[in-house]
Write a protein that binds this ligand. Sequence first.
Ligand code: SAH
Length: 234
Amino acid sequence: MGAGPGDAELLTLKAYRLLQEADVVLFDWLVDESVLALIPRQVNKEFVGKRSGKHSMPQHEITQRMVYLAQQGKCVVRLKGGDPAVFARTVEETDALTAANIPFAIVPGITTASGASAYTGIPLTERECAQGVRLITAHQKNADAEPNWSLIAHSLQNETVVFYMGLKKLPMICNALQAHGVPLTLPCAVVDRACCPEQKLITGTVSSIPDQALHADLQGPALLIFGHGVWKKQ
Ligand code: SAH
């Protein structure tokens, strides 16, 4: 189930209803307090957090726990920040459920790119300058693997590129884009804790933003948005 990027009012009605009916909710660190507050007291809440750079429960243990609880006859909600189809390792979990013959449904959520766009006014597509949008992870399975920088740099001519899990890599990403021909003036934004009361927005260019971010005391999670659409902020 997707919990959306913050503000509990971004939950779907379906997610809300199922949270009231669950026996157990397994949730990540990205799920906002305001969402957890909507879970009834009698429902067990288990934190199975994963946070960049901090101790976390390995994915296979989370999956095992989910399967175990379901096999005990519990109605389990696996609650994730944003949308479960976007950088959320959902397939690993649904594969395990299928293998164990456990019926399940996927409940969508608002992905951070959509939430951040609405709560900052930065469009993701815009007729004049952004005919598409790419969602990219800055965190590859193999730590040495590199995104296809020349493809990304090229797409920035007329697309918006959104990086998830990119805050720590912001200087590296900006360098790589410039090295692959992106103009120094390309607009970009960092949205820290999007859709939360503490949301912070920094806008600048691909050459200025790493320094701006350094001085902005960002806590994360944060989203990076590159592209000409950033200047069309409403
Ligand atoms: N499934 C989630 C993404 C999980 S990957 C979704 O659809 O949004 C984790 C990354 O999502 C974080 O590193 C960060 O880049 C982004 N993220 C999640 N919640 C966020 C928030 N409230 N504000 C900014 N970025 C967020």
